[in-house]
Write a protein that binds this ligand. Structure first.
Ligand code: HEC
Length: 250
């Protein structure tokens, strides 16, 4: 008898009410930390993936522009869709080929704009070129772009943000266009030197689906955490009750 009483005493000690409460508090904390960690990881993963994607689009556009700049602009047939660029001050910009075709020179910025205008409005990727001192007023930055361009002058390498628009959620990515020797052929007269930030390329990716996917992954994680939390919490409460009633038995 004495032995059983003793055991009861010991168990009561082990699962006394305050210890169960302490365990419950610890368990709640653990679950909360785990859930918030899983949310942060999902968000970081999304940001990392989108930044990589934005960076890839940026690099590809820079490469295409460099190809153009290395040729000091490229001649294309003069058409209604590709008129002579009024901002290009090159005495050779409009020429006649020896077969009698009218040609006009397309500089990198003009090519970038033509490419971006070719993309349909529902395109998953939109982009444009801009500068704090634009030659062409159409290349004037919006507020976020202007702040990013200022940050690039202080050494920042890129900026990104998620933006809600009427058409949905967009991931905005912007990185600087640095003046190289090829750029100086046309931009030296504005006072730019090698290494200066000439402007930026602003990219917008349509990310409705990706954001919705992360939201549903977050929901799944919350439900999973909730179920496991409740099961263990219930078990702890039941354990506490059983032991306490056992202990109270004569
Ligand atoms: C063949 C001449 C030429 C070359 C080479 C050239 N640009 Fe330009 N760039 C222009 C002209 C002209 C504009 C004016 C905007 C337009 O054409 O719509 C411009 C515009 C820009 C803009 C947009 C802002 C603005 O001023 O309107 C940026 C940014 C830019 N250039 C960066 C560069 C960089 C970086 C290089 C070198 C990789 C480069 N450009 C090479 C002629 C040139």
């Amino acid at each position: 008898m004495a032995e059983i009483e003793n055991r009861g005493g010991l168990l009561t000690g082990l699962f006394s009410r305050w210890k169960i409460v302490l365990l419950l508090v610890l368990w709640t904390l653990l679950c909360a930390i785990s859930l918030s960690h899983s949310y942060t990881r999902l968000e970081q993963q999304l940001e990392y993936n989108l930044r990589t994607e934005g960076g890839t689009v940026f690099e590809l556009l820079v490469l295409m522009r460099r190809w153009n700049a290395e040729h000091n602009g490229v001649y294309v047939p003069l058409t209604e869709a590709s008129p002579s660029n009024p901002y290009l001050t090159d005495p050779q910009k409009d020429i006649l080929s020896n077969r009698g075709q009218n040609l006009t020179k397309v500089n990198p910025a003009y090519m970038t704009r033509q490419l971006s205008e070719m993309a349909p409005t529902e395109s998953p990727v939109q982009f444009r070129i801009l500068s704090l001192k634009p030659l062409n007023p159409i290349n004037k930055p919006d507020q976020w772009e202007a702040e990013s361009l200022l940050a690039f002058e202080q050494g920042a390498l890129m900026k990104s943000t998620l933006e809600q628009r009427l058409e949905g959620t967009f991931f905005r990515y912007i990185a600087p266009l640095i003046t190289t020797s090829e750029c100086l052929k046309c931009h030296a007269r504005q006072g730019y030197q090698k290494g200066d930030v000439r402007g930026g390329l602003s990219i917008a990716l349509r990310v409705n689906q990706r954001v919705a996917m992360v939201k549903s992954e977050k929901r799944e994680s919350a439900v999973l955490h909730g179920v496991i939390y409740l099961l263990v919490a219930l078990l702890l409460i039941l354990l506490g009750r059983t032991r306490n009633t056992e202990a109270r038995r004569p």
